[in-house]
Structures are given as structure tokens and as C-alpha cells.
Design a protein around this ligand. Structure first.
Ligand code: EPU
Length: 443
């Protein structure tokens, strides 16, 4: 998608079928895992999104040959991994959060790594202190310079034991990707256990790693001397599936999401049903997909709290809030993963929604942000008659939410910065068009 400015004409329910491929928050990590071996690796279900393109370029800079076998299928050949030019890596500064995850594998492979300024959505501070703490406890030395982090491991990397202050997805992946080839055993407590992490563990196990996921968020990894290649089909993108589901509800539509998998979306499906949405899991043998639709009548208000898995994913929050503007009554949303993920509600208010954000922990147990002045709870009063507005896309999920709000609104909205959405949604405009959305590309 190259379009950056759209005129979106509201008032048409989104109806039809879209497909989701592999998860944005898994595929780039599986690509990084190839640095741990010299053998060829195959990944299928790869979405055509910018986060994948950035990691592909970073791997190529480090000597990995990446070829397209078929649509959505990559062959990665990491036989000749080499040091990349710092200036070339730096050209990717600010474009993704994944570069930090190359560190452990590169330290094993070539003894040094460079991390430029990280990108990703501006939805909170998004520090990397857990990553650096983990790397240091494996024996890495981190040199902070003005251009970024230069990391080495003069004595090699050795297994370690520690507990994460919070079950961070990225830090857990960092530990997994580093521990599999470290000397001895690593024990990580308070680890993240998102389905994307379990799929990464499956990849590493196929490569020859020894990883146990115990009860109570404890992961134990026994380091091995070498790892082999793998062939793996990525788990489907449950965030994209949930985003289209919320779009069906917000616009009064009916969307079949081919590829959506019930087991990854249990918590979402419960919320969707409580809100008044209806869904059907495809019963056809060999078919994976879920039909999400607005069954008519009023949507119901709900009280929600985002959380780490198996809680309600923070990435579903923004699209769901648009649907909640259409529920009859007062909904409460407590965001406990990111301290600053309600900035996008200002635009919804400008479109006629009634949303008030609070620094208190509303409707759930106190979280890390309650005493720290972060506006991380929202009260949404509906149903609101949304009207058109001129908006600038703030971040990936907020951007998707603006588009569905504009589709649910009366009149024609102008949306700037739409290309940001292709970081995480494959073929976004084609899918919108296939669902009957009315829009014009203005620039
Ligand atoms: N955190 C720290 N220090 C760290 C790392 C994290 O304080 O060193 C905090 C973060 O600031 C945040 C919380 O821990 O408050 C959780 O962050 P986490 O590390 O779990 O997030 P991440 O790995 O940076 C991934 C996804 C996000 C998704 C989160 C949570 C990728 C590339 N990104 O981020 O996806 O929201 O996990 O599930 O995998 C998105 O897709 O829109 C997106 C933002």
C-alpha cells in the first residue's frame, strides 16, 4: 500500500471475507531465529507487511540470503552470517522494535551486535531495560554510544537465572533466543506466555533446542552446542483477526475472517459476545476461520481490562473501543500493558464519541500505572452518532481504529498518514475494498 491520504465515506457496513496470514508479532522473530543456525530455514504464512520487510533487510545486511519460494513463503539461508556495517543498520533506526532481538543470536554467531534507536508505535515509553539486564546476566557487555548500543560477549554467553519485573513479550523472546545456545541452563521466571511466544518455542524446538514451559510462567532452557534448520507455518495473526471483528461490530457488518483460530482468541471471543457481537467458528473440516457479525439490536456496554496472556490483548483494545462507542450505556476500559494507549480517543471524541480518560485504575485491580499520573483508564458512553473529521493516524492499531470509526461515521472523513497501517496489516486497502468500504485515495 502506498496511499497515504484517504477520503473515507462512512455509513456502509463492512461485509464479506478477508484472510489473515502469519502473525506480525511472530514472523519477524522466527526470521531472527535463523541466525542461530547455518542450515536453511523455511517459514510459510509470511505476511507482506513492513515489519517483515525491515527484518528481511536487516538479515540480508548480516549475510543471510532470503528468497521468496512462493507467495508468503520464505527460504532463509544463514550460512555466511557476517558483521554488518553500522551505518547500514542505522538506516533502519526507528522503523521497528525487532532489531534488539538480533543481539543474542549475533553474539553467538559473530561475537558482536549493534542496536540502533528502536521504533514501533508511540504508545508509552517502551524502554529496553529488561532486555539489557537479561543480556548482561548472560555475560554480554553493553557499550552505550551516541549512535546506539554496541554489544559484545568477550567470554561467550552463559545460562542464567532471573525473574522479569513484568512478563514482557520482547524480553522473554530475548532470553529464549539467547539461552538456546548459551552454556548451561537458563531459568526465566515471570515469563510471557503469549501464543506467539509458544510458536517461537516450537520453532526453536524444531531447530534442536531444549525448552520447558512450566506452570506459573517459568521457562527453563538447556543450552545446546548447535542448532539446525526448520520448516514452520506461522500461527495466524490474532490481532488482525480481532481488528476485523471489531470493524464488523462498529459498522453493523458481517465479516468472515479466513485463518482466524478460536484457540488463540478465547478471551477476545468472550468479550465480543458480552458486547453483543455474534460469531461462528467455521465447522468445515480443514478450514480455519471465524465469521464475526452484528446480529442486530443494541450492543451492550462492558467493563474490560487489558492484560498479558491469557488476558485480553492490549492490541485489541483500540479497535474494540470504536465498537464500544456504539454500545448502549457506559463501558469501562482499563489498559494495564501500556501507560499511554488512549491518545487515539481524542480523535474519536472529535468525531462525536463521549469518552473520558482517567489516571485511576478503573474497573479492575490496581496496576503499575495507577499511582503514576498516566491516563490509562477510559469511560465510554454510547451509543454515539459519529460524524466525519479530518484526522492524522497516530500509530498502527490507533490508525486501524480511525479508519473503522470513519467508516461507522456519517459523512466523508480525510485520513492522513494511512501508510503507517501497512506496518501490520497486509493488503489493508484491498481488504477494505473487498468488504465494501467506500474510500478514495487522495495522495
Ligand atoms: N517493558 C519494560 N522494559 C522492557 C521491556 C518492556 O518496562 O525492557 C514494558 C513495556 O514498556 C510495556 C510492557 O513491558 O509496558 C510490555 O511490553 P512488551 O515487552 O511485552 O512489548 P513488546 O515486546 O515491545 C510486543 C508487540 C506489541 C504488543 C506487546 C504486548 C512486537 C513487535 N510487538 O511488544 O505489539 O503490544 O508485545 O503484547 O511483537 C502492536 O502489534 O501493535 C504492538 C504494539
Amino acid at each position: 500500500m502506498t496511499a497515504n491520504v484517504l477520503a473515507v465515506h462512512g455509513g456502509t457496513p463492512l461485509c464479506g471475507e478477508v484472510s489473515v496470514r502469519g502473525a506480525k508479532n511472530f514472523v519477524p522473530k522466527a526470521m531472527v531465529a535463523t541466525l542461530l543456525t547455518a542450515a536453511p530455514c523455511r517459514i510459510s504464512g509470511v505476511p507482506d507487511i513492513r515489519d517483515v520487510a525491515v527484518v528481511r533487510e536487516l538479515l540480508e545486511l548480516h549475510g543471510v540470503r532470503v528468497g521468496d519460494q512462493a507467495p508468503g513463503e520464505l527460504l532463509l539461508e544463514p550460512r555466511d552470517v557476517e558483521l554488518a556495517n553500522v551505518a547500514d543498520i542505522d538506516a533502519h533506526a526507528g522503523s521497528s522494535r525487532v532489531p534488539i532481538l538480533l543481539v543474542g543470536p549475533l553474539l553467538h554467531r559473530i561475537g558482536q551486535a549493534f542496536v540502533p534507536d528502536l521504533g514501533g508505535c508511540r504508545i508509552g515509553d517502551r524502554p529496553i531495560d529488561f532486555h539489557l539486564f537479561a543480556l548482561r546476566s548472560f555475560g554480554a557487555e553493553v557499550d552505550k554510544r551516541p549512535d546506539g548500543l554496541h554489544i559484545t560477549a568477550p567470554q561467550g554467553l552463559t545460562g542464567t537465572t532471573f525473574e522479569l519485573p513484568y512478563p514482557s513479550v520482547g524480553a522473554t523472546e530475548q532470553v529464549l533466543l539467547t539461552a538456546v545456545l548459551a552454556r548451561g541452563r537458563t531459568e526465566l521466571r515471570n515469563a510471557a506466555i503469549e501464543p506467539e511466544i509458544i510458536d517461537l518455542i516450537c520453532v526453536l524446538q524444531k531447530m534442536g533446542a531444549v525448552i520447558g514451559v512450566d506452570t506459573d510462567r517459568v521457562i527453563r532452557i538447556d543450552g545446546v552446542d548447535r542448532l539446525g534448520g526448520f520448516t514452520h507455518r506461522a500461527l495466524p495473526d490474532r490481532i488482525e483477526a480481532g481488528s476485523w471483528a471489531a470493524a464488523a461490530l462498529a459498522t453493523g457488518g458481517d465479516i468472515y475472517v479466513r485463518g482466524a483460530r478460536q484457540v488463540d482468541m478465547m478471551t477476545f471471543l468472550n468479550v465480543f459476545r458480552r458486547l453483543g457481537g455474534a460469531f461462528e467458528v467455521d465447522p468445515t473440516p480443514g478450514h480455519e476461520g471465524i465469521r464475526f457479525y452484528h446480529p442486530g439490536g443494541d450492543l451492550r456496554p462492558v467493563a474490560l481490562e487489558t492484560d498479558v496472556h491469557p488476558g485480553l490483548m492490549t492490541d485489541w483494545q483500540q479497535p474494540l473501543v470504536v465498537a464500544l462507542t456504539q454500545a448502549a450505556g457506559l463501558s469501562i476500559v482499563h489498559e494495564t500493558v501500556y501507560e499511554n494507549r488512549f491518545g487515539f480517543t481524542e480523535a474519536l471524541v472529535a468525531m462525536g464519541a463521549t469518552i473520558q480518560v482517567y489516571q485511576e485504575c478503573l474497573g479492575g485491580s490496581p496496576c503499575r500505572f495507577g499511582a503514576r499520573n498516566f491516563l490509562h483508564s477510559a469511560a465510554i458512553s454510547g451509543p454515539a452518532k459519529l460524524h466525519a473529521a479530518e484526522l492524522t493516524i497516530p500509530d498502527l492499531r490507533g490508525g486501524f481504529s480511525y479508519v473503522i470509526a470513519a467508516l461507522a461515521a456519517e459523512g466523508s472523513s480525510t485520513l492522513h498518514g494511512v501508510s503507517l497501517i501497512d506496518r501490520g496489516y497486509e493488503g489493508f486497502l484491498d481488504k477494505l475494498a473487498a468488504l465494501g468500504a467506500r474510500f478514495d485515495v487522495l495522495g
